[in-house]
Design a protein around this ligand. Structure first.
Ligand SMILES: [Ca+2]
Length: 159
């Protein structure tokens, strides 16, 4: 018999979709976001509190996709009549941390808040642009004198 605590690829796909509908920020949903979703299960709040405590593996008060998947699985099992385990079954933790299809889920990097380098406040002195117009040498308008006389004149002279 299959381990009931294992998150199946099909369940995982569902968890992925549900997680996205909660609009995670930087790969996390907050306790409030999760709470609203978990309450839809109609489980008693104290049960949901236990589920939260079990599934927030790193205890940071937020849920990434893996933790969310664990919570969904626990809710599901509880609704089916399972008793919540005192600690997270390794098979549940392991299966929840694997993406659908068995490939490791990509880790969403948490973008650290990089302090912005202070911009020097002193204004950069701008070199004054000379207002004097640049003298443009006038282009001579006189036509270039043709050095070759017209052909008909040449013919006349030779005749
Ligand atoms: Ca967490």
């Amino acid at each position: 018999m299959a381990d009931p605590w294992m998150v199946t690829p099909g369940e995982r796909t569902k968890h992925d979709e549900q997680f996205k509908t909660l609009r995670p920020v930087a790969g996390f949903i907050t306790g409030d976001q999760a709470k609203g979703f978990f309450l839809q299960s109609r489980l008693p709040p104290q049960v949901l509190g236990i589920i939260w405590a079990l599934s927030d593996v790193d205890g940071d008060g937020k849920m990434d996709l893996h933790e969310f998947s664990i919570a969904c699985k626990l809710i599901n099992l509880k609704l089916r009549g399972f008793n919540l385990p005192p600690t997270l079954p390794p098979s549940l933790k392991q299966s929840a941390c694997v993406g659908a299809g068995g490939a490791p889920a990509p880790v969403v990097p948490v973008v650290p808040v990089v302090p912005v380098a202070p911009v020097p406040a002193a204004p950069v002195p701008v070199a004054p642009i000379p207002a004097a117009p640049v003298h443009v040498a006038p282009v001579p308008a006189a036509p270039v004198p043709a050095s070759v006389p017209p052909m008909d004149e040449i013919e006349k002279e030779e005749v």
